[in-house]
Design a protein around this ligand. Structure first.
Ligand SMILES: [Zn+2]
Length: 450
């Protein structure tokens, strides 16, 4: 029996009818091979009671995916933890040694400058199992890349990954190890060109920095930017350096962007980039803090619009690694990622959440996959502003006349491809950026002092 799937489904149908209602309906196109990489241990960790990052959002996501029976469509893997050696492909030995050994009990024994050096504080606290947590989500991204590289998967999903702020030698913005950089480094072993697309609310600074000097990875980030908003980077002028010049693309947005303008801009920018660069693999970070009503957010996106960006990238038929990221209102994060799992599997889900969902009470009062999330924040992105951003990026794209043909043997022994000189340059750029941020905060303070 085919039941029409509409947004206006009510709760009045009797339970007998309900049990026959399909949870999804194939859209009738060729099914891609999709794999789902999830180790449930990852959702057991706590950053702390007041910390906005809640790993249990991953458990909620998994509950939804199971209740909608999406697992029937995918290859399911419970990935192993990453090894220390795998983390060291990107991260520095002293940082990983620190992460491995530090515990909440011992943290007071460290001298302040060690904690400062490793950027430990309110955003990135030391919590129980911090190292194991990092190994689990990084292991899942690496597992996903292995399935893509072997051709077993066309699309590989790890909602526990996407921690885009972590740097080589320090954590940042709730991210301890950068599973995205590790995943891309692995993909570069067989893929000549990898494109990274980030639709988190925040700038994908850790990934951009790691590949700032190479044309083998194009990084594209859509994010809120005003020079002060975390992490402070992501201006349209950050374009990459050396061989990587013009291969970093930044789309700075203002508060309150709505579905229509976001999706329109996304397609207008991503289409020519994919056409020109011809990536052989795409990594998409699907941070959910760009949704409306996010605890830390300031955009107005609904779940369908966010998912439309994923659907659009998928429409190019290029292998994809799909990752999570930020997202601080767990019930919406999980709805989004479940919806995007359905999009990647080419099925339509009933908007009414399944009754047997173990965490059903979390999703009231609407109990819908598509709560209305727009309208809380004024849209400060005028058409004129968005047009000017787009035009600046189109100018930059003009320098990318064709896909660079790389020699695979150019994978440097230090896989990030940074020479000491380049690392020094990036360090200076960062220092400059922090200085500018600090100065603009001082100016703001002065303005507020009567
Ligand atoms: Zn974010």
């Amino acid at each position: 029996m085919i039941v029409p799937l509409t947004e206006s489904d009510t709760f009045t149908t009797d339970t007998k009818t309900e049990s026959h209602k399909p949870l999804y309906e194939p859209n009738g196109v060729k099914q891609p091979n999709v794999s789902y990489h999830f180790n449930p241990d990852v959702s057991k960790y706590h950053y702390g009671p007041r910390h906005p990052m809640k790993p249990f959002r991953l458990m909620l996501t998994d509950h939804l995916v199971i209740s909608y029976k999406l697992y029937e469509l995918m290859d399911l893997y419970t990935p192993r933890r990453a090894t220390k050696e795998e983390l060291l492909e990107f991260h520095s030995q002293d940082y990983i040694d620190f992460l491995q050994s530090v515990t909440p009990d011992q943290v007071s024994k460290y001298v302040d400058n060690v904690l400062q050096r490793f950027n430990i504080g309110d955003d990135c606290p030391v919590f129980d199992g911090i190292y194991d947590y990092s190994l689990i989500y990084a292991g899942a991204s690496l597992d996903a890349t292995r399935k893509l590289m072997s051709g077993m998967s066309d699309i590989a999903i790890n909602w526990s990954g996407g921690l885009h702020h972590a740097k080589k030698a320090e954590p940042s913005g709730f991210c301890y190890v950068n599973d995205i950089v590790l995943g891309i480094l692995n993909l570069l072993r067989v893929h000549p060109r990898v494109m990274y697309i980030d639709i988190d609310l925040h700038h994908g600074d850790g990934v951009q920095e790691a590949f700032y000097t190479t044309d083998r990875v194009m990084t594209v980030s859509f994010h809120k930017y005003n020079g002060e908003f975390f992490p402070g980077t992501g201006s349209v002028d950050e374009k990459g350096i050396g061989k990587g010049k013009n291969y970093a693309i930044n789309v700075p947005l203002r508060d309150g962007i709505d579905d229509e303008s976001y999706v329109r801009l996304f397609k207008l920018i991503v289409e020519p980039l994919i056409t020109m660069y011809q990536p052989t693999c795409i990594v998409q970070q699907c941070g959910a803090d760009s949704l409306g009503f996010d605890r830390l957010g300031c955009f107005n996106l609904n779940i369908r619009a966010h998912g439309e960006c994923v659907k659009y990238v998928k429409s190019f038929g290029i292998p994809m690694l799909v990752l999570g990221g930020g997202g601080y209102t767990p019930r919406n994060v999980s709805r989004l990622w479940c919806y995007e799992t359905s999009v990647l599997n080419d099925v339509t889900l009933n908007a009414k959440l399944p009754n047997d969902l173990p965490s059903h009470e979390w999703f009231g009062p609407d109990f819908s996959l598509h709560p209305q999330l727009d309208g809380r924040i004024d849209n400060k992105n005028s058409k004129k502003y968005l047009d000017s951003v787009r035009q600046t990026i189109m100018e930059q794209i003009r320098y990318l006349s064709h896909a660079p043909s790389v020699q695979m043997r150019e994978i440097p022994p230090d896989l990030t491809g940074l020479t000491d000189e380049e690392e020094e340059l990036i360090r200076e750029l960062n220092e400059e950026n922090y200085r500018e941020q600090a100065e603009s905060k001082d100016v703001a303070k002065e303005v507020h002092v009567d």
